[in-house]
Write a protein that binds this ligand. Structure first.
Ligand code: XS6
Ligand code: ZN
Length: 672
């Protein structure tokens, strides 16, 4: 395999060689076992062996000084020589952190490991990677340790990447449950670094209790709009809450921003069972969060461990993340029910606030009328936080099922092509192992009648779908004489057989029919035809002014409608169809193909017209997991398109809860 398709794993046991040496309830969860259990899980599952193991190094003064002050660095340098008493006293000047004689060494390794990851990715040695480090980094500030963090690993690495590789746009996604205020402060005036963080906030009652962690802190001066805070005001949030904020806030902005490099402040205290986060998202959600970032920045994703304190969900979440970086099929997203009211309120507020800065959000709704900032002040005044005592917290043992094994079918991509066309590189020509079922042939003959070529192709395609359903083949590509006819036959077949739900994504102006309302098939039809009057729960005609040829319009449709619908519909197969005249650009098509592989465990079957041979290589490349090329910073979607999409979204959100972006709309729904 090519090195540039590989995943780096950076870890050194040395980073387990420090711990809390005195009693401090605030710090006792930050234990060396966090790293050992994570690494052992990667070994046990065989994931570590599939990665390129890159050695750590110590960050040097010059690296650390990219972010931290000389005074602070000099102070930390003294800690290896301090007595226990001195260390304790030194610690006291900072919040929620502890020092140890070996922590300076480990902090240099943690920052250096992150720099090694950047170098590996930027030099093309690997495509992406993860660094398992201790101490974490995102709370540490220019002149202060904080929240278990000594040096700000990711901030140092972002500055380093800008300086050494001349990178112009960096995205930092902080999915840890705490606000990385250190990262925020570091880049608040810098428009070249877009910092996105969601965090438990509870109207400022949760640590670090900062006013500037709220959604209305957007960055300063030139950096205004490049700091995105999503405060969570309730605990117990689930997969739907995380995914809806990714889909409706982070991704549109990220595509508009077009980063050249992505960092993840990968804290897993957002996972179920974590004593700090108290959230209920399952480890498999991190596979999806990771995947959704992997088509940005040509796939250059650097994940760096931050928090995560449940020694069961932490290693599971680390494995889900690394396995996704390696390109394995995504787990089927489990029971997505739509965001809860509180998460929706946060999403609503952050979209309203950022519509001034991002053209993809220009149409976002106003802030909710019950002014939340007043509510915040009120809450802060009235209520005294009811601190649960530690025993009480530990008493309620939380259980969740082990994540399902994610097995890669032995065939990655199979193709069905007419005779005389060579099989694209990296694919396997699909040959049905058995003769087609005579009943199937009879059935097809009834709907097709005439052409025996079509009949053979169709029965082959149905055999291919069957193999995908049995998870023997991951994805497929078929070149056919008539895409609409083929698609219609497949839909008919699906209706009459016991196969899985199928999501059909159809790009082009041809008229499609036969969509049943039995919930077995959903068709999202992207075209320039206005067919909105025919819309149903399962037939969603999206009329874009320039059809699929306008990149912004199409991406906007994909993110605001297709992806949430797809996630909630939860198909077993995605049928992705383009007609030759649909006008989609190659890069946009690849982005679409890449993103859709989040669904149906990557079971995507692409249908294209046999004459459309120039699209074959790029499509295959995306099906094989190559990150789609960047689309360039996106311009604003046209106002006609936005209007259509918003109208559809409002109509459909009654049936499909993941389409919601505001609280008030929910209220309307409830009113009838
Ligand atoms: C104890 C309060 C402890 C310390 C939080 C440090 C968070 C470190 C982290 N009930 N407060 N950051 O995970 O991402
Ligand atoms: Zn954290």
């Amino acid at each position: 395999m090519n090195l540039d398709t590989k995943t780096a794993l950076i870890y050194d046991e040395e980073m387990t060689q420090y711990k809390l040496l005195w009693v401090d309830p605030a710090c006792k969860i930050e234990v060396p076992e966090r790293l050992t259990v994570s690494y052992e899980a990667l070994m046990k599952t065989g994931l570590a062996d599939r990665c390129v193991s890159v050695p750590v190094r110590e960050a040097i003064d010059e690296d650390i000084l990219l972010v931290h002050s000389e005074d602070y660095l000099e102070a930390v340098k003294q800690t290896p020589y301090m007595t226990l008493e001195d260390l304790q006293e030194f610690t006291l000047q900072y919040g929620d952190v502890y020092f140890h004689p070996n922590i300076y060494h480990c902090a240099k390794l943690a920052a250096g490991a992150t720099l090694q990851l950047v170098d590996s990715v930027m030099t093309g040695k690997v495509r992406n990677g993860m660094a398992l480090v201790r101490p974490p980094g995102h709370h540490s500030m220019c002149s202060a340790a904080n929240g278990f963090c000594v040096f700000n690993n990711v901030s140092i690495a972002a500055k380093y990447a800008k300086q050494k590789y001349g990178i112009k746009r960096i995205l930092i996604v902080d999915w840890d449950v705490h606000h990385g205020q250190g990262v925020q402060y570091c880049f608040e005036e810098d428009p070249s670094v877009l910092y996105f963080s969601w965090h438990r906030y509870e109207h400022q009652k949760f640590w670090p209790n900062l006013r500037e962690s709220d959604y209305d802190t957007v960055g300063k001066a030139m950096g205004a709009g490049f700091n995105i805070n999503v405060p969570w005001n309730k605990v117990g949030l689930e997969n739907s809450d995380y995914l809806s904020v990714f889909i409706h806030m982070l991704l549109p902005v990220a595509y508009e921003f077009c980063p050249e490099l992505v960092f993840v402040c990968a804290g897993f205290d957002t996972a179920i069972g974590d004593p700090e986060g108290e959230m209920c998202a399952t480890p498999d959600v991190f596979a999806h969060l990771t995947h959704l970032l992997m088509n940005l920045a040509n796939g250059k994703v650097c994940a760096v461990l931050e928090g995560g304190y449940n020694l069961k969900s932490l290693p599971q979440s680390v494995c889900e993340t690394v396995q996704t970086l390696l390109g394995d099929p995504l787990p089927q997203p489990a029971n997505l029910t739509g965001p809860c009211k509180s998460a929706l309120e946060s999403l609503h507020c952050v979209r309203a606030t950022h519509r001034n800065y991002w053209s993809c959000l220009k149409h976002a709704a106003d802030l909710p009328s019950n002014e939340l900032s007043t509510k915040r002040v009120k809450l802060a005044e009235d209520e005294n936080p009811v601190e649960k005592n530690e025993e009480e917290k530990e008493a309620k043992e939380i259980v969740w099922p082990d994540p399902l094994k994610r097995t890669s079918p032995s065939v990655r991509t199979a193709v069905v092509v007419p005779e005389g066309i060579t099989c694209p590189e990296g694919c396997q020509l699909f040959c049905p192992s058995e003769d087609p079922d005579p009943n199937l042939i009879k059935q097809l003959q009834e709907s097709l009648g005439r052409d025996t070529d079509d009949l053979t192709t169709l029965s082959t395609l149905i055999a291919l779908m069957d193999q995908m359903e049995k998870n023997r083949i991951r994805s497929g590509l078929a070149l056919v004489r008539d895409v609409s006819m083929t698609m219609n036959c497949i839909v008919q077949h699906a209706a009459s057989s016991s196969c899985n739900r199928i999501l059909i994504v159809f790009l082009g102006d041809e008229v499609v029919k036969n969509i049943t309302e039995d919930g077995k098939t959903m068709l999202v039809h992207l075209s320039s035809n206005s067919l909105e009057s025919e819309m149903t729960k399962y037939y969603i005609p999206v009329c874009l002014k320039k059809g699929c040829s306008d990149v912004s319009g199409l991406i906007h449709a994909v993110l605001s409608l297709l992806l949430p619908l797809g996630y909630e519909f939860d198909p077993g197969l995605v049928l992705l169809v383009q007609t030759p005249d649909c006008g989609v650009s190659e890069n946009t098509w690849q982005q679409l193909t890449g993103l859709l592989q989040a669904l149906a465990q990557g079971h995507t079957l692409v249908l294209m017209k046999e004459s459309d041979q120039t699209s074959v290589a790029p499509t295959v490349s995306s099906l094989l997991g190559t990150p789609a090329p960047s689309l360039g910073p996106l311009s604003a979607p046209g106002s006609d398109d936005v209007e259509v999409l918003e109208r559809l979204r409002l109509k459909l959100q009654r049936d499909w809860k993941l389409l919601q972006t505001t609280v008030s709309e929910i209220k309307c729904d409830d009113d009838g």
